[in-house]
Design a protein around this ligand. Sequence first.
Ligand SMILES: NC(=O)C1=CN([C@@H]2O[C@H](COP(=O)(O)OP(=O)(O)OC[C@H]3O[C@@H](n4cnc5c(N)ncnc54)[C@H](O)[C@@H]3O)[C@@H](O)[C@H]2O)C=CC1
Ligand SMILES: O=C(O)[C@@H](O)C(=O)[C@H](O)[C@@H](O)CO
Length: 309
Amino acid sequence: MAEVKNSETRITLIGSGTIGLSLAALHLAHLTRPEQLCIYDTRSDIREYVHFTLPQYLPPRQHGLAKDIRIASTLESAVENATIIQEQGPESLSFKSSLWPEVEKLAPGDALFWSSTSGIPASAQAVNMKDPSRLLVVHPYNPPHIMPLLELVPSSQTDQRVIDRTLAFWRARGRSPVVIKKEYTGFVANRLAFALLRESIHLVNAGLVTVEELDRIVETSMGPRWAVSGPFKSYHAGGGKDGLEGFFRNIGGTVQRCWDDSGKVNVGDEWEKNVFQQTREIYGDVDVDWRDRTTKKVLEAVDNEKSLT
Ligand SMILES: NC(=O)C1=CN([C@@H]2O[C@H](COP(=O)(O)OP(=O)(O)OC[C@H]3O[C@@H](n4cnc5c(N)ncnc54)[C@H](O)[C@@H]3O)[C@@H](O)[C@H]2O)C=CC1
Ligand SMILES: O=C(O)[C@@H](O)C(=O)[C@H](O)[C@@H](O)CO
C-alpha cells in the first residue's frame, strides 16, 4: 500500500456533529484543496448546517472553505473515491457494525477505515465485514482540531500496514497518535478521565467540596502539572534522587490508603441530583470558544517550551 500524497488525499467524514465538524476543521488545515474533504451526514439540513457551523471551528481567513467542501447525498458517492473514511456517527454498535460492510462494498480497496468511537472496539464493529483487517479505531479527544491525542486501537485482526499508514498520517500533521496495544473498555484516555471523574463525584457527594471547588482544585494543581508532565514523570520527579521508587518508598502508605478508600459511586446513584444541579447552576452553558482558545494557548506554550529542551 503506497502512501497517498497529501494533494491526492481524499477524506470522507461520515457524521458531522461535535467530532465530525472539529475533524473537518483539522483536515482543512492540512489538505491542499477543500474539495478533498467530503461530508456525508443523514441530517436533512446538512448543507446549511455545515455552511453556518463549520466556520466557527476555522480561523477567520479560512471561513470561506466551508462552502467548498463536498457534501455527499449518498454513502456511495461519499466513499467511492475516498482514500480515508472516518466515521463519527452515533455511538451505537448497530450503527457502526452495519455501516462498515456497506462502506467496504463501496470504497476503494486500499482506503483506510477509521472509527472515532469513544469505546466500541474495532473487533465488535467489524463483525459483518468481509475484511476486518481494514478497520482501526482512531479515537480523538474532544475537540480534535485542538487536542493532539489520537488513540489508535487495532483489533487483533487489524493489518499492521493500516496502523503504520495511520500513524504516519497523524504524525505528519503534528498530532500525537498512540497505539493502544489491547482492546480495553474505554481504551486509555477515557478510563483515566473517568477514574478522576468518579473520585471527584465521590468527594462532592461526601460533602468535602462543592463542584466548583473540585474543579478549581484540578485546574490549579494537577491540570497544569499534567499538561507539562504526565503522572509517571511527575511522581518520578517528586521522588527525589530515587525517582518514582523513592516516591513510593516515602509516600506509598498514604497512596495505598487513598486507593483503599477510593469512591465507588455508580451511574444512576443518588449523587446525580445534587451534582447535576450544582454543575448546571455554576456553569450553565459553557463558553466552548473560550475553552478551545485557552486550551490551544496552553498547548502552544507547552509545545514551545518542550521544543527548547
Ligand atoms: N463528543 C465527544 O466528546 C466525543 C465523541 N466521540 C465519538 O464520536 C462519535 C460521534 O460523537 P459526536 O460527534 O459527539 O455525536 P453527534 O451526535 O454530535 O454527531 C453524530 C452525527 O452523526 C450523524 N448521523 C446519524 N446517523 C447517521 C448515518 N446513518 N449516517 C451518517 N451520519 C449519521 C448525525 O446527524 C450527527 O450529525 C461517537 O462515536 C462518539 O463516541 C469520540 C470522542 C469524543
Ligand atoms: O472526552 C473526550 O473528549 C473523549 O475522549 C470521549 O470519548 C468522551 O468521553 C466522549 O465520548 C463524551 O464526551
